[in-house]
Design a protein around this ligand. Structure first.
Ligand SMILES: [Zn+2]
Ligand SMILES: [Zn+2]
Length: 412
């Protein structure tokens, strides 16, 4: 209940204009898997992959585990994870970090390796102000035999997953978020929880996301090719889910809208298909460390990207004016769609007026004055450039800013 009242309160915040210079924001991926759960490479190799490609931070979000304590894995199991042919994970790690780097140990007659902990990875790879390892867990809950996966960022102990196949996914989503909120209060740490891939196994609908007040963040893009990002003939894709859920939240329930993440959800690192580098967030934090990054994201100071970079986001609620400055790329044209829902939309008619494209503007500066009756407005920038490592056919590079203008809407 406490959480609910906070959300309703946020609908009546004063309407300050925002002028965000996003050029120095930190780039990070909050959703990654290693051998600690079902990924197929050593965590230090994965962190190193991101570091060498200019990322500022990475959350290694293994399923229901933090990279601490001791985890031993036999060599054969490590090799079996690797589907692609080529050099194996062990020899690649030894080539990168040296022959004595991996801690080899034989247990019960099997050769194996003790995996590096997050603390050991920090000591080897972290550099203050340049590269940061964000503690993360993919809390892999299950409800009604469906996956209800939530990434928890900046935590210092595992939050136990809720597994109740008698309950609905929506109920498990709510209970998981309450467990995370209880942990947040006990720990006193800034904690952010984002709901992952709602269409994975068609686990959660837009209505589920709308009705769970405690959930305020979700993945509008996840780079795993198996998560039904685009939906199908009868079910909405992740971006449509965003508009449906936000319309219901703002117009009918008086909840703050969902904010969108883009992530990799990478599992494979040897040339297979669930690979890194597809989606990330850009965060306007004061410092490159966990508390500051999460505090900035909780305040909405971030955007999601699969390749498009922004120089500035300006919003003046009094003038209903929203401007995006896009970082120019030679030979590339950007098109910015301003999307929202008007008051008095027809919910009964199929999709009528939900997620209406108010305007599409080409160029590196896109300014739009949104309609007076808009419940909220958001913007998606799409590049003419193809994504270099697409998760679906025909994917173009994009960026998504968080919804604005919703504080003007009266809560019912
Ligand atoms: Zn997942
Ligand atoms: Zn995952």
């Amino acid at each position: 209940m406490k959480i609910l009242s906070l959300l309703c309160f946020s609908l009546t915040l004063p309407l300050a204009a925002q002028d965000l210079d996003t050029r120095a924001w930190f780039k990070g991926n909050t959703h990654t898997h290693s051998l600690w759960s079902d990924g197929n490479d050593f965590p230090e190799m994965i962190f190193d992959w991101y570091r060498s490609r200019g990322y500022d931070f990475v959350g290694m979000s293994d399923h229901n585990i933090l990279q601490e304590g001791e985890k031993w894995m036999d060599l054969e199991s490590i090799r079996k994870r690797q589907k692609a042919v080529g050099r194996d994970a062990v020899s690649k790690a030894e080539a990168r970090f040296g022959k004595d780097w991996l801690r080899r140990e034989t247990r019960e007659g099997k050769e194996g390796i003790v995996l590096k902990t997050l603390a050991e990875c920090r000591a080897a790879l972290e550099k203050p102000g340049e590269f940061y390892l964000l503690p993360a867990e993919e809390m892999s809950n299950s409800g009604g035999k469906k996956p209800v996966h939530i990434n928890v960022l900046n935590l210092d102990r595992v939050i136990e997953a809720v597994k109740d196949d008698e309950a609905t996914p929506r109920d498990v989503l709510r209970r998981s978020l309450i467990a995370i909120e209880e942990y947040r209060q006990q720990s006193g740490r800034p904690i952010l929880a984002h709901l992952n891939h709602p269409n994975f196994q068609w686990a959660l609908t837009a209505e589920d996301l709308a009705n769970v007040a405690e959930g305020a963040y979700f993945e509008v893009y996840n780079g795993h090719p198996g998560i039904n990002h685009l939906g199908d003939e009868t079910r909405p894709g992740d971006e449509e889910i965003w508009d449906i859920a936000n319309t219901i939240r703002i117009a009918e329930l008086g909840y703050a809208p969902l904010m969108g993440f883009a992530t990799d959800d990478s599992h494979t690192y040897h040339g297979e298909d669930v690979s890194p580098g597809r989606g990330w967030v850009m965060v306007g934090a004061e410092k490159l460390e966990g508390d500051a990054l999460v505090t900035a994201m909780l305040a909405g100071r971030f955007y999601a990207s699969t390749g498009v970079t922004l120089d500035a986001i300006r919003h003046d609620p009094a003038k209903r004016s929203l401007t995006l400055e896009i970082t120019p790329v030679e030979g590339v044209v950007f098109s910015t769609a301003f999307i929202g829902t008007r008051k008095g939309y027809d919910a009964a008619a199929e999709k009528t007026g939900i997620g209406e494209v108010f305007a599409t503007i080409e160029g590196t500066t896109a300014t739009f004055t949104y309609p007076e009756d808009a419940l909220y407005v958001r913007a998606t920038v799409t590049s003419t450039r193809k994504h270099p490592n697409p998760s679906y056919e025909g994917q173009k590079e994009q960026a998504w800013i968080q919804p604005v203008g919703w504080q003007r809407a009266p809560a019912r």
